[in-house]
Design a protein around this ligand. Structure first.
Ligand code: GUN
Length: 283
């Protein structure tokens, strides 16, 4: 069997076209969706992600502003910036690019963002609402994964999903979203005794551990759906996922490539959340 590629690039492009139309309609009704991004310091990876977000906003007809600050900014000053953005009517979504310098508490910063503007879906109010299956802003990468599966008509209900990784940004919430879609969910992590034993039972595997080429064909059963969230750089600087693509491609039924898989979905769902926030504000 040869696996079908799940092209995040294509699904993202199609979804962004729909979002652009939505943004235009909102604009005609008098609400231009607005996203504010705060970037602290000059980490090249973070700076590149933020540029990607600006470009996506421009293309989708979403107003965006980026506040680039020195990494010497105090926690108090950053909290003041968030407070101002919380009160601005033309800003519907606020995103503080992570990670933050050590002297600033990410927890405090995330909690300072109004849950109504928390388009990252990281605020405990939104995470709590997600857990009880209520309407909320969903974290962008996990939301993007569910969106991809649905766009490809890959069934989730009743299937066994194994999530490898338990980060707050990807592993934990993607497991919760799969559960909300009626999958049976198993989490594996660094203390799991035998990860292979678990993943071999999975209909759907999501890998988000940041270890290049970790998941090879010995970890999967015939016909498994493989979602690769890894973004690793090889010594030659090539982007590569947590899945050994060549090894699994003849055994899996579907697999996401890296690059061009989950990556493009994250910013797309950020656009989705910003539009949702603007729609809510417009009433
Ligand atoms: N850093 C890496 N990924 C993300 C993300 O999804 N949101 C924010 N705010 N920071 C990140």
């Amino acid at each position: 069997m040869s696996a079908e590629l799940i092209s995040g690039k294509e699904i993202a492009a199609e979804t962004r076209r729909e979002l652009k139309e939505k943004a235009e309609r909102l604009g005609e009704e008098g609400t231009i969706p607005g996203l504010a991004v705060i970037l602290v310091g000059d980490d090249p990876a973070s700076a590149s992600y933020v540029r990607g977000k600006e470009k996506a906003c421009r293309e989708a007809g979403i107003y965006s502003e980026v506040d680039r600050t020195e990494d010497t900014i105090s926690e108090k000053e950053l909290l003041q910036k968030i407070d101002k953005l919380n009160k601005k009517d033309n800003i519907h979504g606020i995103l503080v690019q992570l990670p933050l310098p050590d002297h600033i508490s990410e927890e405090k910063i995330i909690e300072a963002i109004s849950p109504e503007k928390d388009v990252d879906g990281f605020h405990p109010v939104n995470i709590g609402r997600m857990m009880i299956g209520k309407d909320s802003f969903l974290p962008c990468t996990p939301f993007g994964i569910i969106h991809m599966l649905k766009m490809k008509n890959i069934p989730i209900e009743g299937r066994h999903a194994v999530v490898v990784g338990r980060s707050n940004i990807v592993g934990k919430p993607v497991g919760q979203l799969l559960l909300n879609e009626n999958a049976t969910v198993t989490y594996c992590h660094s203390r799991t005794k035998d990860i292979r034993e678990m993943t071999k039972q999975a209909d759907i595997i999501v890998v988000a551990i940041g270890r290049a080429g970790f998941l090879d064909e010995s970890y999967i059963k015939d016909g498994a759906v493989i979602i690769d969230v890894g973004i690793n750089r090889t010594e030659e600087g090539k982007l590569t996922g947590d899945v050994d693509f060549e090894s699994v491609k003849d055994k899996a039924s579907y697999v996401t490539p890296v690059p061009g898989g989950v990556g493009p979905m994250t910013i797309t769902m950020l656009m989705y959340n910003t539009l949702k926030a603007a729609e809510r504000a417009a009433g």
